[in-house]
Design a protein. Structure first.
Lengths: 317, 292
């Protein structure tokens, strides 16, 4: 099955015109020239915006990563000095590890939950529309608003969760204040907020699996687990790649939850790379350093995306 | 043994329903608690259970959030920023997607590769350079043509909207949708003497309308959610988006939970309304987007 998401730059084969329609050579030439002019015109607005808003910034960032630069003093070139400082900074590596930990757990658990829920809601049970709306509801709450709601739920002294635990005789848990638990708490918030959307993506993909495939598997005597592994999973692979890519890249850019709920604490336990870039760049005004950090993380993301795409392509063949 | 089989099936159905109910409750509880808390007074919050009903529906927190908190204005700012950003994005992306899929023009594969690279550029990693570029826009905010020193478009609507005007992902998705349509559609139109613009507007755009809705919603959502960029660019409350408003409100009213919950709920209402009306279109669009 070919998917739009996986077919890459397929050259657009110039199709022969319908033989039923006589197309004199001159007129066809005119058509192609018209197409060419139209193509340039149609692509121009997006191209100009991409160059100004994506290409120029990444090149600017690359340039400033070789400078020492605070907003107060003009930039001066220092070669790889900021990169050297970055690579020898334990806080940077710590934030990279914390971010990968966050993204890894979120994506793995998240895919299991959202796919599981999607499969559950394709079963013949009553009220699937209702369940779907409820699970999608957190998606309407922004990360900042969701973080605020959970700051209250996690409140150590009077928050609902600890109140419930203490009424059952349990200990008071520092959801956001103990270093080992703070990141899992942010993961709970993110999982709660994100699952609805990816559930919808999986539901759309599951709806497109041809019923004949299920019937064939049934005739072969495959049980539900084998059917899932050998029929469902291969059929929804394009959706899986989409979810994996967007969720991973989104999680690697985590900022709002940490900014609102913990400000990176306790003791940098929830310091994501983007929060670190924000602090370095706009609180300490080390813009050269923060540029180098952004560029390195960008390379991490690029490599990871390419690995995903590659991995999925080879598995499709 | 049709009887036992039917019985087994119905007991399976009951188990699945219980699981689905349980999962839904877990997802719903935070919102339920937030709504209940927002209706209580500050003292009630600490004396009653968080799942207990408030004494009547007390809307004073909402009133305070809208008047003292200024959330009406923040919501309007967010709607302007996300609305304009996503509208420009979807128009530019639809046109470019059409050209990349259907119109051979010189340099097309180069443009496509550019789109693929920008697709993998996480926007939050560009904020430093975007900030510096926006601050240097010529002839704005006290800047000369090349001399910086002024504030450029910082602290202005154009500066706030800028990053959301385009996204490589939107262009890429639109191209993929157009690739899925049969070319013959256009041929008949061309023979009838339609211009490329007419073909695009009259034939192709109506056919991919579900996808246009998905791209519009995704663009709106990502601009609406963003906190980092408006945090950097908007320095006066009159330009705060709702996400910035939420974080400053939290710092100002620490531990006044009914107020904070009311602010979180008010900030979500526009998105609830949008999804309520767009839900059918979103599902149709996702089904259309080729996750086959």
């Amino acid at each position: 099955m070919t998917s739009p998401l996986l077919s890459s730059g397929r050259p657009h084969a110039a199709r022969a015109q319908d033989p039923a329609v006589p197309a004199p050579g001159r007129r066809r030439l005119g058509l192609d020239a018209g197409k060419r002019r139209a193509g340039l015109k149609f692509v121009a607005p997006a191209l100009v915006l991409l160059i100004i808003l994506d290409v120029a910034p990444i090149l600017t960032e690359l340039f400033y990563s070789f400078t020492k630069f605070s907003l107060l003093k003009p930039a001066h070139l220092v070669g790889f000095a900021e990169y050297e400082a970055l690579f020898s900074d334990p806080v940077f590596w710590h934030s990279v590890l914390r971010t990968f930990y966050f993204a890894g757990v979120l994506v793995v658990v998240g895919i299991a939950v959202s796919l599981g829920v999607a499969v559950l809601l394709t079963q013949t049970i009553i009220g699937t529309t209702f369940y779907r709306i409820v699970i999608f509801l957190p998606q309407t709450v922004s990360y900042a608003a969701g973080a605020l709601i959970w700051v209250w739920l996690f409140n150590p002294t009077s928050g609902p969760i600890n109140t419930l635990i203490s009424s059952l005789g349990g200990p008071s848990i520092g959801w956001l204040s103990s270093p080992g638990i703070a990141m899992p708490s942010l993961l709970i918030v993110s999982l709660w907020r994100d699952t609805g959307y990816y559930m919808l993506v999986f539901l759309a993909a599951l709806a497109n699996v041809p019923t004949e495939l299920y019937e064939a598997a049934h005739l072969d005597g495959a049980g539900s687990i084998r059917t899932f592994r050998e029929v469902v999973l291969p059929s929804i692979r394009p959706a899986m790649l989409f979810v994996l890519l967007t969720w991973t890249l989104g999680a690697l850019q985590m900022f709002t939850q940490a900014y609102v709920m913990t400000n990176g604490g306790p003791g940098n336990a929830t310091l994501s790379v983007v929060l670190d870039i924000y602090k370095e760049g706009f609180q300490d005004l080390s813009l050269g350093y923060a540029s180098a950090e952004s560029f390195v993380v960008f390379l991490f993301c690029l490599v990871l995306s390419l690995v995903y795409v590659r991995w999925f392509r080879t598995r499709i063949d | 043994m049709p009887y036992t089989k039917r019985k087994r099936r119905s007991s399976r159905r009951i188990v699945l329903s219980i699981v689905a109910t349980f999962v839904s409750i877990i997802f719903a509880i935070p919102i339920v608690v937030a709504v209940l808390t927002s209706f209580k007074s500050n003292s009630q919050v600490f004396t009653t259970s968080s799942l207990s009903l408030p004494h009547g529906i007390n809307l004073s927190s909402y009133w305070q959030v809208l008047t003292e908190g200024g959330f009406g204005h923040f919501l309007l700012n967010s709607l302007i920023v996300a609305g304009i950003g996503s509208a420009v994005q979807v128009v530019a992306a639809t046109m470019a997607g059409y050209a990349l899929a259907r119109l051979p023009f010189p340099g097309r594969s180069a443009v496509f590769w550019l789109v693929l690279v920008t697709l993998m550029l996480p926007p939050q990693l560009l904020v430093i350079a975007l900030f510096l570029l926006v601050a240097r826009v010529p002839f704005a905010g006290g800047n000369g043509l090349l001399s910086g020193g002024g504030t450029g478009l910082l602290n202005s609507y154009p500066g706030l909207i800028a990053p959301y005007l385009i996204s490589g992902l939107s262009v890429f998705l639109m191209r993929q949708f157009f690739l899925g349509l049969p070319e013959e559609l256009a041929d008949s139109g061309r023979v009838d003497g339609c211009s490329e613009g007419t073909l695009f507007v009259r034939i192709f755009v109506p056919l991919i309308r579900p996808a246009v809705w998905v791209v519009l919603l995704l663009g709106f959502q990502s601009a609406w959610l963003d906190l980092l960029w408006p945090l950097l660019v908007a320095n006066t409350p009159s330009l705060y988006t709702v996400q910035v408003g939420l974080t400053t409100f939290q710092q100002e009213y620490t531990a006044e939970w009914p107020l904070i919950m009311a602010s979180a709920i008010i900030s979500s209402i526009p998105v609830v309304i949008i999804f309520f009306f767009a839900q059918r279109r979103l599902e149709k669009g996702l089904a259309f987007t080729g996750f086959k």
